[in-house]
Design a protein around this ligand. Structure first.
Ligand SMILES: *Cc1c(COP(=O)(O)O)cnc(C)c1O
Length: 377
C-alpha cells in the first residue's frame, strides 16, 4: 500500500528512475501483529525477503530474531544489533566452511534435511542444535517452495537420529508451507507430520523440543488475504490438535508477511505500442521488469496491484513488460493487465506490495540498468 508517508516522500524527493520506498511504520505494525497473533512463538524474520539495514535494525530493536541463509546474512543481522542467539542458519544447503564461520560467530541453530548436511555440521559446529526440514506439498501457495528443500518425515527421523549420534542437539523439525500461502489448513497438515517425527523419536528417548513453522504468511496483492490473527488462531488450533497440552517451542519465519505490504515501487512508462495496426492489445513497457526486481512475476505467479493517476479512466488489457533486451522480460501476458486507456509514455505507475523479494532479486547491470534503488523511511 502506498501510505501517506510514501506518497509524501515521492512527492517531495521526486527520485529519478525506478525505486522501492519502504515505510518502516508498516513493518513495525506487521511485527506487532505477528507477536499478537502468535504470542507463544518466537519470530525469526526471513532476512532474504528484504535485508535493508534500516529494516533489520528496526526488527532487532523490537526483539525479533532472524532466519539467515548465508554468512553474509548472519553478519547483516549482527550488524543490525541481533545477538548470535537470535539468529538461525536456516538454509539446508551450506558449505562446510560457511557453517564453521557461522559457528565462530556464535550461531548455534542450523537447518538440515539430509544426513550429509548433518555430517558437515557435526564436523564444523560440534554440539550445535539442528532441526530437520520436512517436505510439504506447497498446495495453496502462490509461490510454492516444495521439492527443493526438506525430506519425507520418515527420513527426517533418520536424520535427527544421526544428529544425536554425532553429538549434535537434535532440536526439532521445520517446514515451510509455501510462500503466499492462503490456505489456513496448510499448517495443520505439516504439523501432523512434525508430530509424527516427535512421537517416533520420543520412543527412542530422543526428545525434540522445537517446531519451526516457517514462513508463508501472505501479503495483500489483488485479493484480500486473512489477517495475521486468523493465521494465529488456525495454527494454535492445529498445534493443540496434534501436540495436546504438551506444546513444543515454536518459531515462525515470516518474510513476505513482514515487509511485502510496506513497500511500493515507483516506475515509469517507457513505451506504449502495438504489434499491428489492427491489434487491440497494447504493450506497456516499464522501466522495471523481471530483472529489475519483479522476478516473482515469473509464470505470472505474483500479480501486483498497479496504481496510476488515471485509474478513474476506462481500462483495457495490456501486456506488461520490462525494459531489457531479453524476451523473457515480460511480466503479464497470459493474463493481460487492465490499465487506463489514457495511460501515456512518461507516466509514473506505482507497483504496490513490493516490499518483499524485489531489491534482492534485481540483477546488477543487465543491459546497464542499475539494481533497484531503495529508500527506507
Ligand atoms: C524464504 C523463507 C522464509 C520466508 O518465507 P515467506 O513466505 O516470505 O514468509 C522462511 N523460512 C525459510 C527457511 C525460507 O527459506
Amino acid at each position: 500500500m502506498a501510505t501517506q508517508r510514501i506518497m509524501d516522500f515521492l512527492a517531495t524527493r521526486r527520485p529519478n528512475g525506478p525505486c522501492l520506498v519502504v515505510d518502516l511504520d508498516v513493518v513495525a505494525d506487521n511485527y506487532r501483529a505477528f507477536e499478537k497473533a502468535l504470542p507463544q512463538s518466537r519470530i525469526f524474520y526471513a532476512v532474504k525477503a528484504n535485508p535493508a539495514p534500516e529494516i533489520l535494525r528496526l526488527l532487532a530493536s523490537l526483539g525479533s530474531s532472524f532466519d539467515t541463509a548465508s554468512v553474509a546474512e548472519v553478519e547483516m543481522a549482527m550488524d543490525a544489533g541481533a545477538p548470535a542467539c537470535r539468529i538461525s542458519f536456516g538454509n539446508t544447503i551450506k558449505k562446510e566452511r560457511d557453517i564453521a564461520r557461522a559457528f565462530e560467530l556464535g550461531i548455534r541453530l542450523f537447518a538440515v534435511d539430509c544426513v550429509e548436511e548433518v555430517e558437515k555440521i557435526a564436523r564444523a559446529a560440534p554440539g550445535a542444535r539442528v532441526f530437520c526440514r520436512v517436505l510439504t506439498d506447497g498446495e495453496g501457495a502462490e509461490w510454492p517452495l516444495s521439492r527443493k528443500f526438506g525430506c519425507v518425515p520418515a527420513m527426517a527421523i533418520d536424520v535427527l537420529r544421526k544428529a544425536k549420534a554425532l553429538g549434535l542437539d537434535a532440536y526439532g523439525v521445520s517446514f515451510h508451507v509455501g510462500s503466499q500461502q492462503t490456505d489456513l489448513d496448510a499448517w495443520d497438515r505439516a504439523l501432523a507430520d512434525a508430530k509424527h517425527v516427535f512421537a517416533t523419536l520420543a520412543e527412542e528417548g530422543i526428545v525434540l523440543k522445537m517446531v519451526n513453522m516457517g514462513g508463508g504468511f501472505p501479503t495483500r496483492y489483488l485479493r484480500d488475504v486473512p489477517a495475521a490473527q486468523a493465521y494465529g488462531e488456525a495454527i494454535f488450533a492445529a498445534l493443540s490438535r496434534h501436540f495436546g497440552n504438551r506444546l513444543p517451542e515454536t518459531i515462525i519465519e515470516p518474510g513476505r508477511g513482514m515487509v511485502g505490504n510496506a513497500g511500493v515501487i515507483k516506475s515509469e512508462v517507457v513505451l506504449i505500442s502495438k504489434k499491428s495496426e489492427t491489434d487491440e492489445l497494447r504493450w506497456v513497457y516499464l522501466d522495471i521488469g523481471k530483472f529489475g526486481g519483479l522476478a516473482e512475476t515469473m509464470d505470472e505467479a505474483i500479480r501486483y496491484p498497479i496504481v496510476t493517476a488515471r485509474d478513474h479512466d476506462r481500462k483495457a488489457p495490456c501486456v506488461l513488460a520490462g525494459p531489457t533486451c531479453d524476451s523473457a522480460d515480460v511480466m503479464y501476458e497470459k493474463t493481460p493487465y487492465p490499465l487506463p486507456l489514457s495511460l501515456t509514455i512518461g507516466d509514473d505507475v506505482l507497483i504496490e506490495g513490493t516490499g518483499a523479494y524485489t531489491t534482492t532479486y534485481a540483477s546488477v547491470a543487465f543491459n546497464g540498468f542499475e539494481p533497484l534503488r531503495s529508500y527506507v523511511i
